[in-house]
Design a protein around this ligand. Sequence first.
Ligand code: ADP
Ligand code: MG
Length: 312
Amino acid sequence: MPLTEFELISRYFDRPVRRDDVALGIGDDAALLRPPPGRELALYTDTLIAGVHFRDDFPPRDIGHRALAVNLSDLAAMGAEPAWAILALTLPAADEQWLDGFSTGFFELADAHHVALVGGNTARGPLNITLAVAGFVPVGMALRRDGARAGDAIYVSGTLGDAGYALENWRTADAATRQRLLRPLPRLALGMALRGVASGAIDISDGFAADLGHILERSRAGARVAVERLPLSPVLHKLDRSVAWRLALSSGDDYELCFTVPPAREGDLSAISARCGCALTRVGEITAGGGLQLLAADGAAITLERAGHRHF
Ligand code: ADP
Ligand code: MG
């Protein structure tokens, strides 16, 4: 007998909640939540569609992790502390093996960041995973895209282009590089540590150049980026430079943070890097205008064929 919708929810998603700001979780018509006073609520949603956002042959446990990770990454980019999630799931069938893997991966990451799943919706149809996540940030302290100013330094966390490399070289990529695509790690600790330090921030989901471009647009500014400073993993270092730079600049799915820092606050970054356990690399600076200038070591301008991933 296939599972009913209600058996499915209670077996795979209705887990005990360990947050006292959840007055009522799964089981009623809506969740009842108690946002803490003095905080702004950061609210975000993202959809993952089979064949578009993940390969059909990804293990379900990785899909569960990834669905939550890409949503939490946006909270990280706001400097928010994650709290709650809602999951709208459309499934072709109540496949228990898939649900077991998916919910395991989902709750492993949720538990690691004290995120409570407080509700959702379940329907039959083509595989589609839509999540909404909510987090808190002290009033006025969120990291926004519109705060970068001329003279601010531009930084990125971790390394760029690994997920794009894994996607293009799925059969030959090593396990660690594949993990970058399968199990991105949202930079939540870093985002929170950058409150009051960064002037602007974004998570890199569509490619570094495209996402930095969003900061520039919102901040009405330009930027100069030294392409040879883009942080690359050992795997990308071994590639032809033009291939490595294309991946670092325009392949998506890295889920690192790109942020800007006024010169007076750059001194804070080494302690933040140590505390958050991730490399922070200075790749350029914000200019008053002039768009995004990508410069090679000899100062020559580099042009990109395609800035980043676009759905339309
Ligand atoms: P309703 O009949 O009011 O539309 P549902 O029967 O769809 O409610 O859902 C019952 C309860 O289960 C609700 O509290 C809902 O938030 C929760 N829920 C449904 N699907 C999921 C899911 N995939 N993950 C988590 N909670 C879910
Ligand atoms: Mg109802």
